[in-house]
Structures are given as structure tokens and as C-alpha cells.
Design a protein around this ligand. Structure first.
Ligand code: PMP
Length: 388
């Protein structure tokens, strides 16, 4: 696998795939084609190149829909999960109370605050999962939205989505799932999960930056007013009165990210050619190996559940995560270095809950292997020798 990823050349131990995944050559090739020989605008041209681009752009929408179990007219192309959540927070017509959780990424907290929602916060269980027993007690008819991470970007904990959907629907609230960390590492079927909105970014799914998708139930999207005005999202414009296109076009003002959309299509084809079940099993094995190796030391605190999905957060006694990350970035005896993430991971409320200012986080991708785990453990030992 690693040979398919130019970004991994030189034996780099890249353990920051939860931040963004490296790109396979097929995605790079699709980008070059879309930006080169095939390039033209979409939805407007009368010439063949533009008509073909439009077909390819809409085919990518079909592909995204198929990938997550929805319908094409329920898929809105957005800049990423952040924009998807901002769109719902601003445009959902029944702004009321929203139930979030302690482990949410800032991009699933701040948009609700900015849009004027009343925010309630569901606690976590001892092992770092969203406590749905508590959610059940907290939810009231005033809640019109529940917005939760499908998989935590810090702890790797996975939400029981069907139960969350059931709890939300009992009080007639809608469930939005932040799927950023789920789509790259497990098969997602929005119909089976029972959610109402699903958001993800392409760049964590081995695709490009600047593109992502919001899936929403057709009736809900249709009831939502536009949130940005401009070209493409209209039906008729006059100075007296403007009418709007139907969803999803209504939410895609301006010339879209044509090249990125086509590259996302290639990324989905790539990931599905390997299979999400295989990727999940592979990453789960690596998480098990890493947690076991870390637990064998007496200077490490592990966060998150045993069955974490692809992500392991930890703290090292007496060593700030930034120092650990910096030392790991220096080449070891074999000349290779290890990239981990150190910081608050855009989850400051979760850091406060854990009682730390930062954690060290290793996260896996489909190209990660046991050598990466071994290199990380060797780097931790090197760090211990430096810090004593
Ligand atoms: N939610 C989660 C769980 C994430 O991990 C991330 C990215 N770190 C985001 C939301 C935001 O994604 P983006 O920055 O691509 O919009």
C-alpha cells in the first residue's frame, strides 16, 4: 500500500492520519486530469467539455450518496465538515436547544454558538464514550437538534448511532452526525444509522482538501432556506424578487470545487477497492498493538476505550506532548522519523474534562503498519532517556 502514497516516501512513520490522510497516486492523477486535459466549468457551458465536466461532477455526487447510503439529491458539496455543520446550524429552521457532547471537535461546538442555539452538553462514560443514558435523561421537547461525533478524533470512541437517533427522535429532535473520523475507517450507511444529517471532509478520506459533503434527509434540506447567495443557487433573479433552486443546488452558491469533487470520487473508488471492513480490521489490530505496548510501560496514561477506532491518545509522565512530538520528529537510528499530533486536537472542552492541556495522539491510516508502532515505541524510549 505504502508505495501508492508519494507522501510516505523515505519510510516516514506518519501517525497523524486523523488530522489529514496522505493521498494515493490515483487521487493525485485524478486531480491532474481534472485540472488539465478535462478542465472546464460545470452547469453552464454549452460546449462538450463543460457538459462532460458537469456529468462527472454529478456522477461524483451519486458516488458520495452511494458510499454513505443516501440519495444523490440529498448530498450537498461543501468545503468540509466544518462548513457542513455551519450550514445546518445556520439554516435549520427550528433553532432551539442542541445537545452536544463533551468530546466534540470545536467545529461541532462553535457553529451552534454562533448561530444562536442554546447548547447543552452530554457527559462521557468513564472510558470516554458519549453517555447515552445521560443523554436520554437530558433530552426535552425543547431540543430540536442532537449533534454528535460518530467517532471521536481524540479518543477514537464510537457512538451507538442507532440509539442516539432513537433518543433524538423520541423528543422530535434531529440527529446530526459528525462523520469526519468515521468515513475513513468504517462502512457508513446513513439509512441504517438512522441519522438526519451526516457531515464529513474528503481530506481525511484520502481525498483533497477544500471539499466535503453534507448529507441530509431530502425533506429536511428542502425545508431549509439558502445560507449563501450567488450564482447557481437561484431559480430566477430580479431586483424585486429572487427565487431559489431546489436542494442540494440551493446550498452550492458560486462555482463549485470542481477538481476536488472529481478527486473525491477517485478517493472513494480507491478506499472501496480496498474495503472499509478490511481497513477497519487493519487499524483495529494496530490500535490493539499500540495500546498493549504503551500499557507495558509504567510512564504512560492511556485515554479512550479499548476498542478505539484507529486513534490512540496518551500522556507520558513528566514529558509535555509537544516535547515528545518534537523528539519523535528527529530521525532515529535508522534515519526515519515519526509524526504524531500533540495538542488539544480542537477539543478544548474534552481536554478540560480529562484534566490535561494537551495529549499526544497517534492515528492510523490504511497504509500504517507494525513498523510505525515499533518506531513510535522506540522514539518514546529515546524520549524517556532524554528526560530521565
Ligand atoms: N470533526 C472531527 C471529529 C474532526 O476530526 C475534524 C477535523 N479535525 C473536524 C470535525 C473538522 O473537519 P474539517 O477541518 O476538515 O472541516
Amino acid at each position: 500500500m505504502r508505495d501508492d502514497f508519494p507522501g510516505l516516501a523515505g519510510g516516514w512513520h506518519y501517525l497523524d492520519s486523523a488530522a489529514t490522510a496522505q493521498k494515493p497516486q490515483v487521487v493525485i492523477d485524478a486531480t491532474v486530469r481534472a485540472m488539465g486535459a478535462d478542465y472546464a466549468t460545470v452547469h453552464r457551458g454549452v460546449y462538450a467539455r463543460s457538459a462532460n465536466m458537469t456529468l462527472a461532477y454529478e456522477a461524483a455526487r451519486e458516488r458520495v450518496a452511494q458510499f454513505i447510503g443516501g440519495k444523490a439529491d440529498e448530498v450537498v458539496f461543501v468545503r468540509g465538515a466544518t462548513e457542513a455543520i455551519n450550514l445546518v446550524a445556520q439554516s435549520f429552521p427550528k433553532k432551539g436547544r442542541v445537545l452536544l457532547s463533551v468530546l466534540e471537535h470545536h467545529s461541532n461546538i462553535v457553529p451552534w454558538q454562533l448561530a444562536g442555539w442554546q447548547v447543552d452538553v452530554c457527559p462521557l462514560t468513564a472510558d470516554g464514550c458519549i453517555d447515552l443514558d445521560a443523554a436520554e435523561k437530558m433530552l426535552t421537547p425543547e431540543h430540536t437538534m442532537v449533534a454528535l461525533a460518530h467517532v471521536s478524533n481524540v479518543l477514537g470512541s464510537t457512538l451507538d448511532c442507532t440509539r442516539a437517533a432513537d433518543l433524538a427522535h423520541r423528543v422530535r429532535a434531529r440527529l446530526l452526525l459528525d462523520g469526519c473520523q468515521a468515513v475513513p475507517r468504517m462502512a457508513v450507511d446513513v439509512a441504517a444509522l438512522g441519522c438526519d444529517f451526516y457531515a464529513f471532509s474528503a481530506h481525511k478520506l484520502y481525498g483533497p482538501t477544500g471539499i466535503g459533503a453534507l448529507w441530509g434527509r431530502a425533506a429536511l434540506l428542502e425545508a431549509m432556506p439558502p445560507w449563501q447567495g450567488g450564482g447557481s443557487m437561484i431559480d430566477k433573479v430580479s431586483f424585486e424578487r429572487t427565487t431559489f433552486a431546489s436542494a442540494p443546488t440551493r446550498f452550492e452558491a458560486g462555482t463549485p470545487a470542481i477538481v476536488e469533487v472529481l478527486a473525491l470520487h477517485a478517493a472513494i473508488d480507491f478506499v472501496e477497492s480496498i474495503g472499509l471492513a478490511a481497513i477497519h480490521a487493519h487499524e483495529t489490530r494496530l490500535v490493539g498493538q499500540l495500546r498493549e505496548a504503551l500499557r507495558a510501560r509504567n510512564d504512560i496514561t492511556l485515554f479512550g476505550p479499548e476498542d478505539a477506532a484507529g486513534i490512540v491518545s496518551f500522556a507520558m509522565d513528566g514529558v509535555h506532548p509537544h516535547d515528545l512530538g518534537t523528539i519523535l520528529d528527529e530521525p532515529g537510528p535508522d534515519g526515519t522519523s515519526v509524526a504524531i499530533r500533540a495538542g488539544h486536537h480542537c477539543a478544548q472542552p474534552l481536554m478540560a474534562h480529562l484534566g490535561v492541556s494537551a495529549t499526544a495522539r497517534a492515528s492510523f491510516g490504511l497504509y500504517s503498519d507494525a513498523d510505525d508502532v515499533a518506531a513510535l515505541m522506540a522514539g518514546i524510549e529515546r524520549t524517556r532517556r532524554i528526560f530521565g
